[in-house]
Write a protein of this length. Sequence first.
Length: 351
Amino acid sequence: YQRRVRGLQMEKGFSLNGQKYPQNTFKGRLYRFFNIIDPRTLFPKYFLGMSLEEAQDLLQRYKENNLPSNTTTEDLWKAKKIKESTIHPDTGKKIPMPFRMSGFVPFGTPIVVGLLLPNLSLASTAFWQGLNQSHNALVNYCNRNASQNSDFNTRRFLEGYIGAVSSAVGIAVGLTIFLKKAQSMPATTRNFIQRFIPFPAVATANICNVVIMRRSELDTGINVTDKNGNIVGVSKIAAKKALFETAVSRVVLPAPVLVLSPLALSLVEKTSLLSKFPGLKLPVQTLIVTLLFGLALPVAISVFPQEGSIKAEKVEEDIGKGHETLYYNKGLGKKKNCLLYTSDAADEEDS
């Protein structure tokens, strides 16, 4: 069984452990992330025509090789999507709706709108940055790898959270104070620049989080594999490359929402409609943020493949001997982890 979705060839048949679309292409990753954040799975019976209970029952009957005769492959993929978006794979419990990946856009949008509000006071700036990082931390905790409960990982998770909140609030408040003191700058220019403050604050928090959560990899190294997926050794050099690439990705990922949104808002606010009806500014801002959150975010994520590569000659000699290219998992965000502004606690457990 094969299908094509706008030129994208789906994987053959259905697999409980596989992906619907190939992950070695940009399109495949894009469709996967659109599926992950699909808010319709919050109310699947109403929007997808299949309840969680029906999805679980269908997948169980698939395992027992006892499917109804009219079941299609698409039905199975839909059931898998509904179950994975709602049930934690390790605990078997329902993930609270605000902290599901499918709830990331609808529940995260109000926070991003708050981050981008004009003329925020220092207290409001600190509040929205702290709320944003707290929401992200709860999303990561609820979607963590819970196959093993480790005090070490819990401690590291809290360290990452505190570091992310401190750096985000510190950068945002510091830049806000700097702009308020720049009296020689026109007020309109200051207000325009202030809207972009959330981006460096969040990007800095992301880098801080990555470094805190994964610094141990620089000492222990990470697994590297050959082209067939066989582990050939543990490399500190590959770990350094993976950490750098992850940090870069975490700077790029917030850009569509936190850079494009202020630009779009500054243009829209100059229109005659909003000049005539200023009360529409907040609804329009919410609409723009929602669209960018839901559309541009998966595109940005899909740019970064999960797997990285490194020339064998650049890793430790005893590992690279006999190979041309080696591969490693970047830890950009696994199937159980968050997509944006994330903590790497779950990644570290799988490293």
